[in-house]
Design a protein around this ligand. Structure first.
Ligand SMILES: [Fe+2]
Length: 232
């Protein structure tokens, strides 16, 4: 699979979450991404107080400042810092009352995610809070929320509320099964595949991304919109 020039979602910044732990491996991944044609990387560590209670914006900023100095300039990679926010209980309050505390991109895009097992009951409130405050929610890997494959209309209302969608390359290879592919095809048909990203946690994952072909139902889809969007 080909990598696009921008990667807006990865866990390469070391020692903060369930992603990279070792700066040497992080640099190896960045070298590989550069070789594969990537030019801009946004580091997005998980901010999820339930799973990583020690990782907050302050720590993430400090680690970023230390780590970027180690990236060789000759790689020609531009980096920036944001985060992947789990929509835990209470996050909707933060989105509504204190969004300026969130790590987001310069165009105010905020990457948000949910559990793979259940839909966050406060998803709509979170999206509303962000949008009302002028922020731009991006839903991380919607194709991994398999419970949404049976209610695809949900994506229509999320789109209508101002959400954009970021898909993972590995999902395009069919890694998460037919329900995931169904979601991808639905988003592609509607022109809602806004970003493709690595969501990289390890170096072997990147080997997989670079060497796996698209899943058959995507590769051989007859829908021209799906073909156009997904022929990476
Ligand atoms: Fe992620």
């Amino acid at each position: 699979m080909k990598i696009r020039t921008k990667d807006i979602h990865c866990h390469i910044l070391p020692g903060l979450d369930d992603g990279f732990q070792d700066a040497g491996k992080s640099l190896e991944a960045i070298r590989m991404l550069a070789k594969a044609g990537c030019r801009e990387i946004t580091f997005t560590p998980h901010i999820n107080p339930e799973q990583f209670p020690d990782t907050d914006e302050k720590l993430v900023r400090e680690r970023y400042a230390q780590f970027v100095k180690q990236i060789p300039p000759e790689l020609g990679i531009t980096t920036s810092l944001a985060a992947e926010y789990m929509i835990v209980n209470g996050f909707e309050k933060r989105a509504m009352e204190n969004p300026e505390s969130l790590l987001c991109s310069s165009d105010k895009s905020v990457l948000i995610e949910m559990s793979y097992y259940y839909r966050s009951p406060n998803l709509e409130e979170t999206v509303m809070g962000l949008v009302l405050n002028g922020y731009r929610p991006i839903i991380a890997h919607p194709e991994r929320y398999l419970y949404m494959a049976t209610c695809l209309d949900d994506f229509d209302s999320l789109r209508g509320s101002g959400c954009r969608f970021q898909l993972n390359y590995l999902s395009l290879a069919g890694y998460y099964g037919p329900s995931s592919v169904r979601i991808i095809k639905y988003l592609a048909k509607n022109g809602w595949c806004d970003f493709f990203s690595t969501d990289l946690h390890t170096v072997p994952q990147l080997y997989n991304i670079l060497h796996r072909p698209l899943a058959m139902p995507i590769r051989f889809s007859r829908n021209p919109a799906v073909r156009n969007l997904l022929q990476l």
